[in-house]
Structure formats: structure tokens, C-alpha cells
Design a protein. Structure first.
Length: 567
């Protein structure tokens, strides 16, 4: 491990030093060995270097001539025969770089270097091989060539894999490898940083909201990031090769990616409520993804490969179909979700077309899946934010409706003052506060004088006008924290916390005189008055006795001629 890290930093140091050095025109820094090699796509992996280098197989090799070098199910043993140019002197390229489209699926690589006695020295590497002592750390497979490789005799390279994988072979200088790796680290650093930022964002929102959609998003994004870390060869670069563990981890996180992707799609799109036919399908895909993970841990890599590749096509397609259905149903947040899956599918398609030789091998096609997952996680975060915004707006709307109906149950529809139900609730809390804090508390009971005569003589509409006018007067004469209630046909109650009898009497008189000014003109023949009773809370009071004393004061005001305040 220390040697690998040391080699990596040495490469970066050489690269940094090389930036200030003039390039050599006499010696190339990179030679495409594959382009000048001969290739033999062999279907028999049991053949060894002795047979392959013998005269019986010499004619079976054909020039590469621009063809793709690959190995896979139909060619499980691809042999390259090539000559190493130069004499191995210092300054010449002497590292053979074998660069597969994905290092984790190139099972075996064997380099055979000719010896003077006619035999070959074998150097092995590959995803299923234990690392060689001193093997340079890289996402590719690197071989430092001994001097014997420059003897002018042909060397052989064996590529073997059960999965189709494209391979480039070149002879390079350390500076070229360092420069390429530096750019590679920067680009993938941005990608992994984006994924990490999305995970942190999702975690923060999940802790705040406890919304399962955010939990599934976090698990999906983490699984995607770790899967990319293995499939792109960065686990090999950082931790070295661990064949069984690397393969198991690859398929475990591939299955996790499918499982949590299906769970996130179902939860985000609310398919339990709006997709009765789609939700069981996503549940099934999630369980099949879990089976991929189990197969990876159990070492059933062929089963994991077949299931994951099938689900890798099915899940994005059905996720996009479900998103379109939900958009048609009016769930607009699914638009960002659809874009995310589309970008993921586009990246996957670019990589697949590259594998089918329909697109060239470029950074975009080779890393299509990585770019697609990164962009997808970003749009999923946007989709979740939009969903949260709409949920918050809907919550406010529902609360407003709830408050409206609550007000309807606690308010008098004519005057928009609180009703007797509210007064009974408020008296309980006001009494507790008065007794616990030894605070003053007073109450006014108000009655419109001769309201029945007004209704009989002028009609109920005019009587209602009188009641509404009194409600306006009360609002203008009390403090913001005082409670105003209409408890009966012509009876009103004002609860005055923090005020004693004297202060309450002044408020009552202000109400009585203000109502006389706010009331109707004499030419209408309508000149209503009000009577008011005042009571103050005393130790040992109950809400009933408190209210009863105010009522008694009101009746006293009535007996003494009305249009007055009594306490």
C-alpha cells in the first residue's frame, strides 16, 4: 500500500517537473503499440505461450490495422504479438500501459517478454489476479519493461475476460501517465465531489423533514458513488487489487443502486397512492436488485451480471414512464425526476454504443455512466427541492383551510367575534394564569338595550346592523390581546387580562360612550344604547361565579335605567 501511494506521488512530482522542461523531438513520449501489433482472437483459453509463439499459430495472427482490440465471451483469450521499439535507454518509453474501458472487468492480463534462451518471462495482472510486487498504482494495468523486451524479438500480451471489454495498449513515459492521471483525478474529483455534496444536502433535509424520499435518495446516491468508485478502477488505484472483494463489492453496490433507485422512484412519485399498477412493479425491481447484491456477496458473479444489466435497462425505462404518467396526472415535480433518469439513460446508452463500436472511445463515451449518474443525482436533488416547496405550499394551504374552519367553529358569523364556545375555553386558561401569577383579570358583560323592540319596529336587518356596529366599537376600544365574544342574541363579553375593577370600569365607560357616537342618527328613529356589567377575579372564584357576578352587575345597570356601567 505504501509503495502504491509512493509511486502515485512520485508520478505527480515527475509530472510537475516535466511542465517546465522542453519536450524531446527525438524520442516520443507515447507509442500506440496496439495499432502496430498483430492480433489473434482465440476461442481456446487453455492455449499457453508455448503453443501461441510456435510456428503452428504464427499465421493466425493478423495486423490490428485500426480494428478494436477487445476480449470477451466470444474471444475469451485475445493475443497480441508486438515488437518493442528502441533499445531501452533512459528517456525512452518503457512502461507498457494496458488501458481497458473498465479495469474491473478485464479479468486477466499476461505479458510475455522474450529471453535470450528462447523462453519467456511472464508478468501477470488483471482484475482477478493478485497484484504483482512493485506493480505501479493506476486505474490501468502497467508493466515496467525489462531490458530484454527491447531485444528485437516479439513480445506477447494475453487479454482474457468473460465480459466484453475494449482495450488500448501503448508504450508510455512516466510523465505521460502522470499527466493523464492528474487530469483524470481532477475530473473524477469534481464528479465525486458533486455526488458527496448531494448526499450531504439530502442528509440535512432528511434530518429536518424525516421524509423517506430523501432517505432513499441518500442511499441511492451513496450506492451510485461507491459503485462508480469500484467500476472506474479508483478502488484499485487507492487500495490496490483485492480480486474477490472488488468483484463482490462491485455487484453488491450495483444491486444496491437498483434497489434504492426503485425505492426512491416509488416514494418520490407517490406510486402507492397514484400508481397502483406501477408500484408492485417497482417493488419487484427493488427485490431483484437486492438479489443482485446477494449474488455479489455469494460470488455468483454471472447471475449478478445478467440481472444487473437487465435491470439497468428496465429500471430507467419504467422510471421515465412512471414520471410521464405522474406529470400527466398533474405532479409537476416529476419533470425534474424525468430529466434525471433521461440523463442517466443517455449516459448508459453512450457507453453501450461505444461497446458496440457505433461510437468512438472518448472521455464522454467511456465515462457516460459516471457523468449520467452525477447529473442524475443533481436533478434528483432539484426534484426533491421542488417537491418540498410544493409540499410546503400545500401544507400552508391546508393549514389556512383548517384555520378557516376552526375560526368558523369558534366565531360568530354575524359580527366575526368569538362565540361562547371560545369564551369557555379562554376562561379556563385566563383563570390558570391569574391564579398562578397572581395577575389581575376582569370581565365585561354587555347587553344591547331594547333590541327586541328594534327588531320588531325596524326589522331584523336593522337589529343586525346594531350588533355589527357594537362589534366595531368594541374592537376600537380594547387592546389587541383582549378577547371579544358574542355569547347570545344581544349579549357580548369582553375578557380583560391584567386589569382590575377600576381600569375595567374605564374601558366599559369608553365603550358605552363610543357606541353612542358610532350609533345611528336620531332622524332614523333608531338610537340604541348598551348596558355593561363589570367584575374582577377574586381568590376562590370559578369561571361560573366570575361570569355570574358580571351578569348581576349588568342586571343592576338594567334596573337602574339602562345605558350605564355597573360593577
Amino acid at each position: 500500500m505504501i509503495k502504491r501511494i509512493g509511486f502515485h506521488f512520485l508520478a505527480l512530482a515527475v509530472f510537475a517537473f516535466s511542465l517546465g522542461a522542453a519536450p524531446s523531438l527525438e524520442c516520443p513520449v507515447s507509442i500506440d503499440i496496439g495499432a502496430a501489433a498483430d492480433v489473434f482472437f482465440c476461442e481456446d483459453p487453455s492455449l499457453g505461450i508455448t503453443e501461441i509463439s510456435g510456428p503452428d499459430f504464427a499465421s493466425r495472427f493478423e495486423p490490428v490495422a485500426g480494428r478494436m482490440i477487445w476480449t470477451g465471451a466470444k474471444a475469451p483469450a485475445t493475443w497480441l504479438r508486438f515488437y518493442v521499439p528502441g533499445d531501452g535507454q533512459a528517456g525512452q518509453p518503457h512502461i507498457l500501459a494496458v488501458k481497458p474501458s473498465f479495469s474491473i472487468i478485464l479479468d486477466h492480463v499476461a505479458l510475455y517478454v522474450p529471453r535470450g534462451d528462447g523462453g519467456f518471462d511472464e508478468l501477470r495482472s488483471g482484475a482477478l489476479e493478485a497484484p504483482r510486487p512493485g506493480e505501479p498504482a493506476s486505474r490501468s494495468f502497467l508493466f515496467e519493461l525489462p531490458k530484454e523486451a527491447f531485444s528485437g524479438k516479439p513480445a506477447y500480451l494475453l487479454l482474457s475476460s468473460g465480459t466484453d471489454v475494449k482495450v488500448d495498449v501503448s508504450l508510455e513515459k512516466l510523465t505521460v501517465i502522470a499527466r493523464r492521471d492528474s487530469v483524470d483525478h481532477l475530473l473524477f474529483g469534481i464528479l465525486y465531489g458533486t455526488i458527496l455534496a448531494m448526499v450531504v444536502y439530502g442528509l440535512f433535509i432528511f434530518i429536518t423533514l424525516r421524509d423517506r424520499a430523501y432517505l432513499y435518495y441518500i442511499l441511492y446516491t451513496v450506492a451510485a458513488g461507491i459503485w462508480l468508485f469500484f467500476v472506474q478502477g479508483h478502488a484499485k488505484l487507492v487500495f490496490g487489487q483485492h480480486p474477490d472483494f472488488d468483484q463482490g463489492a462491485l455487484w453488491f453496490f450495483a444491486g444496491s443502486l437498483i434497489t434504492w433507485g426503485a425505492a426512491f422512484a416509488s416514494e418520490f412519485l407517490k406510486l402507492k397512492d397514484s400508481g397502483r399498477f406501477l408500484n408492485p412493479l417497482f417493488l419487484l425491481m427493488g427485490w431483484l436488485g437486492a438479489l443482485v447484491s446477494v449474488a455479489g456477496l455469494a460470488g455468483w458473479f454471472k447471475l449478478a451480471f445478467a440481472l444487473s444489466h437487465g435491470l439497468g435497462v428496465v429500471v430507467p425505462v419504467f422510471a421515465m414512464v412512471a414520471a410521464v404518467i405522474r406529470i400527466v396526472q398533474g405532479y409537476s415535480s416529476a419533470t425534474y425526476f424525468l430529466i434525471g433518469w433521461f440523463l442517466m439513460a443517455a449516459g448508459s446508452l453512450a457507453f453501450s454504443l461505444m461497446g458496440l463500436k457505433l461510437l468512438p472511445l472518448t472521455f464522454l463515451t467511456t465515462n457516460g455512466m459516471a457523468i449520467g449518474i452525477s447529473a442524475e443525482s443533481l436533478f434528483f436533488a432539484i426534484a426533491l427541492a421542488d417537491r418540498f416547496r410544493k409540499m410546503e405550499a400545500e401544507s400552508k394551504r391546508l393549514k389556512a383551510i383548517q384555520d378557516h374552519y376552526r375560526d368558523l367553529s369558534l366565531k360568530d358569523p354575524l359580527t366575526n367575534l368569538y362565540n361562547k364556545r371560545y369564551l369557555d375555553m379562554k376562561l379556563e386558561s385566563a383563570f390558570r394564569n391569574a391564579e398562578e401569577n397572581r395577575a389581575e383579570l376582569s370581565i365585561l358583560v354587555i347587553d344591547v338595550d331594547n333590541l327586541k323592540e328594534i327588531n320588531d319596529g325596524f326589522g331584523h336587518d336593522r337589529g343586525d346592523d346594531v350588533l355589527k356596529t357594537l362589534a366595531v366599537t368594541l374592537r376600537n376600544c380594547v387592546r389587541e390581546g383582549d378577547d371579544l365574544c358574542r355569547t347570545g342574541g344581544d349579549e357580548f363579553v369582553v375578557l380583560l387580562p391584567g386589569i382590575g375593577t377600576a381600569g375595567a370600569g374605564r374601558v366599559a365607560e369608553r365603550i358605552r360612550s363610543r357606541f353612542a357616537l358610532d350609533s345611528f342618527s336620531e332622524k332614523d328613529g333608531l338610537n340604541p344604547t348598551i348596558s355593561l356589567g363589570v367584575a374582577e377575579h377574586v381568590p376562590g372564584d370559578s369561571p361560573d361565579s366570575f361570569l355570574k357576578r358580571a351578569d348581576e352587575a349588568l342586571y343592576e345597570a338594567k334596573r337602574k335605567g339602562k345605558d350605564r356601567v355597573m360593577s
